[in-house]
Design a protein around this ligand. Structure first.
Ligand SMILES: NC(=O)c1ccc[n+]([C@@H]2O[C@H](COP(=O)([O-])OP(=O)(O)OC[C@H]3O[C@@H](n4cnc5c(N)ncnc54)[C@H](OP(=O)(O)O)[C@@H]3O)[C@@H](O)[C@H]2O)c1
Length: 268
């Protein structure tokens, strides 16, 4: 069987839930799954921006008529929304086979001593508490069925803290630690725990970091060629479409000009 055909058969009929699917890596991952599965996939797409999710559903179902797309509004920073989330999944979406914990954000570049409590709260609520709470909702079912994939999107920031990122880096370090504990706890099961850590990817991430200031966001990418969301989507789909016994446990993905959080070659 060809590489692509093997991946398609392993993904066929699966239900995949992606958080933060309204833009960037999450959105690209939805398209990549539909493509790799030859359309034979059910995608539950969540984020706060419902209109974006609806537009993505329309685009996906047009490109992949066999695919079923279920957009559901979910703010992962709100525990009450996570608590009632499973009831909102329509029966037609089936049982979730793959949970992609991708929703995440960064606010600001302030140094310790200058960081507002609201920025600290929102980064931890979104990147850490939301990811943990949603995982706790789905994992018991995965364990009962002895199958399922959890893909957590970490970051180079979780491996190498940098100045101006104390809180964001700390949240991603939590993701890394949490993910590794969970993988060790599940070693006797068929549940796969996968972490993908991107380096620099051009998405809405920097626009959010600089609170909508596009010029500041663009300056982050001056003189470099960042990854695009599709590069990370390919890695996520690759990991999920391996043989059941294969766990692509931990992956760090850089663009070629980047060798660490701080080492970046710029052609200026
Ligand atoms: N871009 C990079 O350089 C980079 C590098 C390393 C790691 N990452 C990680 O990659 C993941 C995806 O980021 P991205 O680069 O694709 O950025 P992005 O384009 O800004 O996408 C972030 C996604 O997360 C969603 N989100 C944010 N807060 C949310 C909340 N409270 N509840 C639900 N969804 C929420 C956003 O949707 P709504 O606004 O519609 O809610 C959006 O769909 C994040 O975990 C990020 O930390 C990115």
């Amino acid at each position: 069987m060809s590489f692509g055909a093997a991946a398609a058969s392993r993904l066929a009929g699966k239900t995949i839930l992606i958080t933060g699917a309204s833009s960037g890596i999450g959105r690209a991952t939805a398209f990549e799954f539909a493509n790799a599965a030859g359309g034979d996939v059910k995608l539950i797409l969540t984020a706060r921006r419902e209109a974006s999710l609806l537009a993505i559903k329309e685009e996906l179902e047009k490109a992949y008529p066999k695919a079923s797309v279920f957009p559901i509004k979910l703010d992962v920073s709100k525990m009450a929304e996570i608590d009632s989330f499973m009831e909102k999944i329509p029966a037609a979406a089936g049982t979730v086979d793959v949970l992609i914990n991708n929703a995440g954000m960064v606010h600001g570049v302030e140094k310790v001593g200058e960081i507002t409590q609201s920025d600290i709260d929102i980064m931890f609520q979104t990147n850490v508490f939301g990811l943990i709470a949603l995982t706790q909702k789905f994992l018991p079912g995965f364990i009962t069925r002895n199958k399922g994939d959890i893909v957590n999107i970490g970051s180079i920031a979780g491996r190498e803290p940098y100045p101006g990122g104390a809180i964001y880096c700390a949240t991603k370090a939590v993701v890394k630690s949490f993910t590794e504990s969970m993988r060790k706890e599940l070693v006797a099961s068929r549940v796969r725990v996968i972490e993908v850590d991107p380096g620099q990817v051009e998405t809405e991430f920097s626009v959010v970091r600089f609170r909508g200031d596009k010029a500041k966001a663009d300056a982050v990418y001056a003189g470099v060629e960042p990854l695009i969301a599709e590069d990370i989507a390919e890695v996520i789909v690759f990991a999920v479409s391996r043989r059941e016994n294969t766990v692509v446990a931990d992956t760090l993905v850089f663009p070629s000009h980047q060798a660490s959080a701080m080492i970046m070659h710029r052609k200026l």
